[in-house]
Design a protein around this ligand. Structure first.
Ligand code: DQA
Length: 146
C-alpha cells in the first residue's frame, strides 16, 4: 500500500482536553492523543497532519484543503457536529472520505447531542471509545484507502 495522507481535524474546545470535564473526555491532552494517533497510523503507512480550531470558518478552510492535499479526513467537529450545516456542506464539497469521531458517546448524553448533522456527509461515525475512537477511525480509514 502506498503512503496515504490523512488530516486529523479537531473542532471547538478540544484544545481543552485534560482540563475540560476529564470524567467525560479523559486526562490526556490533545497533543498526547495526536502523538499516539501518529504512531498508530504509521503502522498502516498512513501519515497524519493534525489541526485544531475553535472557529467554524477555519475548520471549513481546513476541510476544503483535504480536496487537494489529503486522501481522507478524521473529524471531531465538537459541538458544531450538532448544528453546522456549513460543515456538512464543506464535507460534501470535498469528495474525499471523512470519518466522524467523538470521544464520548453522544447518544447517551444530552438530547441536543443525539443529532449529528454532519453524519450523512461522512462514510461512518465512531463515538464513545475515548481516544480509541480515533484509532478505530484510522483502522477504518486504512481499509477505505486500500
Ligand atoms: C465531542 C462531543 C460533542 O457533543 C461535544 O460538543 C464536544 C466533544 C466528543 O468528542 O465527545 O466538544 O465531539
Amino acid at each position: 500500500m502506498a503512503n496515504k495522507k490523512v488530516l486529523v481535524l479537531n473542532g471547538p474546545n478540544l484544545n481543552m482536553l485534560s482540563i475540560r470535564e476529564p470524567g467525560i473526555y479523559g486526562n490526556q491532552t490533545l497533543e498526547e492523543i495526536n502523538a499516539n494517533i501518529e504512531t498508530y497510523a504509521k503502522g498502516f503507512d498512513i501519515s497524519c497532519d493534525f489541526y485544531q480550531s475553535n472557529s467554524e470558518g477555519e475548520l471549513i478552510d481546513r476541510i476544503h484543503s483535504v480536496r487537494e492535499n489529503y486522501d481522507g479526513c478524521i473529524l471531531n467537529a465538537g459541538a458544531y457536529t450538532h448544528y453546522s450545516y456549513a460543515i456538512f456542506d464543506a464535507i460534501k464539497a470535498v469528495g474525499k472520505p471523512f470519518i466522524e469521531v467523538h470521544l464520548s458517546n453522544i447518544h447517551a448524553r444530552e438530547e441536543f447531542r443525539h443529532t449529528s448533522v454532519i453524519a450523512p456527509a461522512c462514510v461512518g461515525s465512531i463515538a464513545g471509545f475515548g481516544k480509541n475512537s480515533y484509532f478505530l477511525a484510522v483502522n477504518a480509514m486504512k481499509d477505505i484507502l486500500k
